[in-house]
Design a protein around this ligand. Structure first.
Ligand SMILES: Cc1cc2nc3c(=O)[nH]c(=O)nc-3n(C[C@H](O)[C@H](O)[C@H](O)COP(=O)(O)OP(=O)(O)OC[C@H]3O[C@@H](n4cnc5c(N)ncnc54)[C@H](O)[C@@H]3O)c2cc1C
Length: 482
């Protein structure tokens, strides 16, 4: 995957693309994988880096969504569990099974959650990844030594999937490219080209060089997450809003706050939110919040009240209560929730199912959903796009498609022994990972490397700033060429 050869394909004005996708998050990349494996000539344009929007800022769970059972969304849970099973099979190096404990501090909780989670197992059917079990107090503490024991009756153990979201996004970009798609990061679509009222292409500006490209295609797909309405308004300035963004933040703490390799799931805090404490890359990720009414921006910032909320709630369940100084990193993401037809309730109650919109001009918009269901979202989108664009019918081929899920550095031969040196003593990433990120994974900036090819910025902000100058030097050298 090389950016300058991708730009050469883009500059070839003799090409008419079958499918042009705007947005390189889970949804757009999934759509590019689907369209390219059906044999359609596919172009994907991402204004920043692959996964830089919401798709690198999730809780990193491949899950059915236990809590949606409470809302009666059985169909959504069953579909998500099916996709969970497929993803574990198709990207085994990036997705793994993780045990969770729901601690019971009230006598009835063990029974209540035991029943709900047994239904969850049943809905997973043959693609189940582990069975729900009742745990005694000692059983809970064996798995989570640092859980508060006062009032603890026992708990329920269940299984879900865990993944590295940004790495999966890169794996999907590489897979789409291998199947013939042209996928380009740091290029922003600013105009939809129309002919006789139909969308016939896009104009996009390379954010690195300032060059503008104008390309035509049979169908254009808007997969821009919380930016969906901005792109819909490029099509029709009067288009109504369909997205209701909601911010969720996470805190990253040292592993010792949790202890063990089992995650905690608190199904309902005081205000009805779900709280997770999850082991991830040697740290603990704590989340999340659900804050409506936030501005749409590429780099949303955690609000101090959100940070205080998570610290306070973690302190209720952990024997060693964290404080602000214990927080190694924070990250915030915006959920691209589709507004319900009737306005009601909080964003936490809005369905996580996805929606497709076809505008009069033929712009296909895919919005909502979640990481776990990206493949099914892509299948539905490409089915509809093929119809709108008059493309020859081809079946979806992604249900059993293995993704290229090992970092490019693993396949690289080392020109220089110094490449084996670590960037930072506390983390596994080496100079070779930076070189490979630029050469084979289209990293262009320090943030691309430290946030999404490695996950250093998400794990330890201080360590990431220490490494930044060295990473910048390597990037400059690599981009300057031989
Ligand atoms: C806090 C939080 C926790 C979550 N946890 C989970 C979880 O554990 N499991 C799960 O399954 N789901 C989870 N989700 C949901 C999941 O992360 C999202 O549904 C998913 O990442 C959305 O992907 P997307 O591609 O639609 O949006 P995005 O990832 O935001 O991608 C849209 C892309 O479009 C690009 N773009 C916008 N405008 C333009 C333009 N004009 N030109 C070119 N590109 C453009 C943006 O830069 C962006 O990269 C979570 C979400 C949040 C916020």
């Amino acid at each position: 995957m090389n950016r300058s050869s991708m730009l050469d394909h883009l500059a070839d004005t003799s090409v008419e693309w079958d499918v042009i996708i705007i947005g390189g998050g889970a949804t757009g990349l999934g759509t590019a994988v689907d369209a390219s494996t059906r044999g359609y000539r596919t172009l994907l344009l991402e204004q920043a880096d692959f996964g830089q929007g919401t798709s690198s800022r999730s809780t990193k769970l491949v899950h059915g969504g236990v809590r949606y059972l409470r809302n009666g969304e059985i169909g959504l849970v069953r579909d998500s569990l099916r996709e969970r099973g497929r993803l574990l099979r198709n990207a085994p190096n990036l997705v793994s099974a993780l045990p969770f404990v729901v601690p019971g501090y009230r006598w009835y909780e063990r029974f209540f959650y035991g029943v709900g989670l047994t239904l969850y197992d049943l809905l997973a059917g043959k693609l189940g990844i582990g069975s729900t079990e009742h745990l005694s107090q000692a059983g809970v503490l064996e798995r989570i030594p640092n859980l508060r024991r006062t009032g603890l009756h026992g708990g329920t153990l269940y299984w879900d999937g865990q993944f590295d979201d940004a790495r999966l996004a890169i794996a999907m970009a590489r897979t789409a490219a291998e199947k013939g798609a042209t996928v380009i990061n740091h290029i922003k679509v600013g105009e939809l080209i129309k002919e006789n009222g139909r969308v016939r292409g896009v104009a996009a500006v390379d954010q690195q060089s300032g060059t503008e490209y104008r390309v035509t295609g049979k169908v254009v797909i808007n997969a821009t997450g919380v930016f969906t309405d901005e792109v819909r308004q490029l099509d029709d300035p009067k288009a109504g809003k369909v997205i209701e963004p909601s911010q969720g933040i996470h805190l990253v703490l040292d592993r010792e706050f949790l202890g063990g390799d089992t995650a905690i799931m608190i199904p309902s805090t005081d205000d009805g939110r779900v709280l997770f404490a999850i082991p991830w890359h040697g740290r603990v990720v704590l989340g999340t919040t659900d804050t409506p009414g936030v501005p749409v921006e590429l780099e949303p910032r955690p609000q101090e009240e959100e940070i205080a909320y998570l610290i306070e709630h973690a302190g209720r369940y952990l024997t060693k209560a964290p404080n602000r100084a214990d927080v190694r990193a924070t990250f915030a993401g915006l959920r691209p929730l589709v507004r319900p037809k009737s306005e009601s309730g909080t964003t936490a109650s809005i369905s996580r199912d996805h929606s497709l919109f076809i505008s009069e001009s033929g712009l296909v918009t895919i919005a909502g959903g979640k990481w776990t269901t990206y493949r099914k979202m892509a299948e539905d989108t490409v089915n509809k796009a093929a119809e709108v664009g008059g493309l020859p019918t081809q079946p979806c081929r992604t249900a059993d498609l293995t993704l290229l899920d090992r970092p490019a550095a693993e396949a690289m031969t080392f020109d220089d022994p110094s490449w084996l040196e670590k960037l930072h003593p506390d983390f596994p990433w080496r100079i070779a990972d930076v070189v490979a990120a630029v050469r084979f994974e289209m990293a262009q900036t320090v943030d691309d490397v430290l946030s999404r090819r490695t996950r250093l910025s998400f794990l330890d902000e201080a360590a990431a700033s220490q490494c930044a100058p060295q990473v910048q030097e390597i990037i400059d050298r690599e981009l300057a060429g031989p």
